[in-house]
Write a protein that binds this ligand. Structure first.
Ligand code: PLP
Length: 375
């Protein structure tokens, strides 16, 4: 009884501490926005940061201060992403998307005929595209198995396991890969992981973790990250390095050296127009505390799953994540209907499902609005 009370008190404190988080996101004023799995709500601070970048560029021209500021923002963004992943900043590359991170790993490993990539049977096209390209161009074999069974499905030809950390359709979690041989790297697609659930890349046992800045981290589209474990940094050639991938891209080219750690995998151009809003969003969320954000979002998501079940809906099997997927009769029509009622969710093409993405910025009222608009 005492334990229940303490748990309730802690939950209430969390709700109170996060109460005004919502006020930073203009879209939440009108909409029950349950779509961060596609793109997170943009905070006002991101727009202000973007305006500042443009003001400086307009008034001063894009000269040295603009450039210096851009480089400083790279460091800040890398450090903030690294904290989200439980990694060292040197082990994190800045990318434009989850997909780009996946491309850099799959193409970089230079797999060929006779090599197999093991994946799951419910992956997002952002992961599958680069695998298909490796098959078409280099004759790599792709084999799939259910996400939960992947660790035991590894075979003698498996040279890479590539799968979601959190499944995009049902919010299920990847299994532990601790038992895998060291020379079989795991690439986790963390598009629905980073910012949504706690991530600890070392505990996950992955060699690579690719994730997005525009979803659960509420940054602009065109931001993302790729973690490369120290043990794999020398074994993953950089795909298409450009001059910024080098430590000192000046002087005789015989002396040029690729940057150490994961930085050599940085995307060539990531302007302050993207990095400043991304950093502003991360600063805002970080100020509320990631533990509180993760806990609140997952509590609300479980509450939504329970409410849907109680109303007689079939909820797809899920883990303790921020995605809640449930059956409706005509998913595209339901998305339209809900949108007209001020509720943003998405359908999952080819399935009977709608997916609600629940963040710490949502409230029980948002969930009630979804339920109400469904009936
Ligand atoms: C699991 C998963 N992987 C990859 C992607 C593609 O993400 P990005 O646009 O960051 O490449 C998504 C987007 O929804 C996703 O949910």
């Amino acid at each position: 009884m005492r334990a229940i009370c303490q748990g309730q008190i802690l939950a209430a404190r969390r709700v109170l501490a996060l109460l005004d988080l919502r006020s930073h996101f203009p879209v939440l004023e009108r909409t029950a926005y349950l779509n961060a799995g596609t793109c997170g709500p943009l905070p006002r601070a991101a727009r202000t940061a973007l305006d500042d970048v443009y003001s400086l560029a307009e008034s001063e021209g894009r000269r040295y201060p603009y450039w210096e500021r851009s480089l400083a923002l790279h460091d800040r963004l890398r450090t903030a992403y690294a904290a989200i992943l439980g990694a060292a900043p040197d082990d994190v590359a800045l990318t434009t998307s989850t997909s780009e991170g996946v491309v850099r790993v799959v193409a970089g490993l230079e797999l060929g005929r006779g090599d197999e990539i093991l994946t799951s049977d419910e992956e997002h096209p952002g992961l599958l595209g680069p695998l298909v390209a490796a098959r078409e161009r280099h004759g790599v074999t792709i084999r799939s198995a259910p996400l939960a069974e992947l660790a035991s499905a590894v075979g003698p030809a498996t040279k890479l396991v590539a799968c979601s950390h959190v499944g995009w359709q049902r919010g299920d979690l990847a299994p532990s890969f601790a038992s895998l041989p060291e020379d079989v790297p795991v690439l986790l697609d963390g598009a629905q992981g980073a910012g949504a659930v706690p991530v600890d890349v070392a505990a996950l046992g992955c060699a690579f973790y690719a994730a997005a800045g525009q979803k659960w981290l509420c940054g602009p589209t065109g931001t993302g990250m790729l973690y490369v474990a120290p043990a794999w940094q020398d074994r993953l050639p950089a795909i298409g390095p450009t001059y910024l991938s080098f430590v000192e891209p000046h002087g005789p080219i015989d002396t040029w050296e690729l940057r150490p750690g994961a930085r050599r995998h940085d995307t060539p151009t990531l302007g302050a127009e993207l990095t400043a809003p991304a950093v502003a969003a991360l600063d805002l969320l970080g100020a509320y505390g990631w533990d509180a954000i993760h806990t609140r979002a997952r509590e609300l998501a479980s509450a939504l799953a329970a409410m849907l079940r109680a109303s007689g809906r079939t909820v797809a099997p899920r883990d303790e994540t921020t995605l809640v997927t449930f059956e409706v009769d005509d998913p595209p029509a339901a998305v339209e209907r809900l949108s007209a009622a001020g509720v943003a969710v998405r359908d999952l093409p080819g399935t009977p499902w709608l997916r609600a993405s629940v963040g710490a910025w949502n409230t029980e009222d948002d969930l009630e609005r979804l339920l109400g608009a469904l009936t």
